[in-house]
Ligand binder design. Structure first.
Ligand code: ADP
Ligand code: MG
Length: 240
């Protein structure tokens, strides 16, 4: 589903992705972790071409992102992205946040979009909040709406960039529960997170990056039990 082949990226002189090679098969959940500034956000943002790559190849669902003819709109329509900051439209209710893109971009009629959005709100445990505005919702609730909104576009891949980092501790669990349920539906997911409990329980693989390079790629049990690099050992000491 996602294939990085010798991918490099620079910001000016900063070598932010250094020869990244990764294969992520359909239905797999991959957690990306690493120190702050190591290139995690840049890595995940290349997948929907929020950041173009400078060298190497990146194939996403059969589309070659290094090919200028690739239809970026089609690519983005297949990828849901959930950020640390929930970025809901503040002037729209939870329900309208979810129906907006399906109506405008997918051309769904209002009734259909409404029914789908209600089903998604149900799925993230927020059906009764459909008429609430973002300011009336907790951070955890807003993030669950943001996930529902991404799912409304029926993506084939879901990207999460530190989805719980801006949340109060007591709200982290409710968001991780929604993500765990999503993983069980067979969604292909790439998740940047420091939540090693989630990583251990839900992910198929953990990718540890440092200074833009993949230092380690392992099953979670192996990564926790016997991290191969001093850098990953240090990182685990800090987050576990
Ligand atoms: P992480 O998500 O792991 O904290 P990032 O991918 O956000 O790391 O950033 C990796 C490095 O690239 C950092 O040194 C950061 O300052 C730098 N960086 C990120 N975005 C830009 C940008 N748009 N322009 C220049 N440098 C950037
Ligand atoms: Mg980041």
């Amino acid at each position: 589903m996602i294939r990085f082949l010798g991918v490099h990226k620079w910001f000016g002189r900063l070598h932010v992705l250094n020869d990244v090679n990764l294969h992520i098969a359909q239905g797999k959940v991959v957690v990306v972790c690493g120190p702050s500034g190591s290139g995690k956000s840049t890595l995940i943002r290349t997948i929907n071409r929020l950041e173009p790559i400078d060298r190497g190849r990146l194939i996403v669902d059969g589309m070659d992102l290094s090919d200028s003819k690739t239809d970026i709109h089609r690519l983005r329509a297949e990828i849901g992205f959930v950020f640390q900051q929930f970025n809901l439209y503040p002037h729209l209710t939870a329900l309208r946040n979810i129906t907006l893109a399906p109506i405008k971009i997918r051309g769904l009629d209002k009734k259909e979009a409404h029914n789908q959005a209600m089903a998604l709100l149900e799925r993230v445990g927020l059906a009764e909040k459909h008429n609430s505005y973002p300011s009336q919702l907790s951070g955890g609730q807003q993030q669950r709406v943001a996930i529902a909104r991404a799912l409304a576009m029926k993506p084939r891949i879901m990207l999460f960039d530190e989805p719980t980092s801006a949340l109060d501790p007591e709200m982290i669990g409710e968001v991780l529960t929604v993500m765990r349920d999503l993983a069980q539906t067979g969604m292909t997911m790439v998740v940047v997170t420091h939540e090693m409990g989630f990583a251990g329980e839900v992910s198929d693989r953990i990718v540890f990056i440092d200074n833009g390079a993949v230092l380690e790629e392992a099953e979670p049990s192996e990564f926790f039990r016997a991290p191969k690099h001093e850098r990953s050992r240090q990182f685990l000491k800090q987050v576990l």
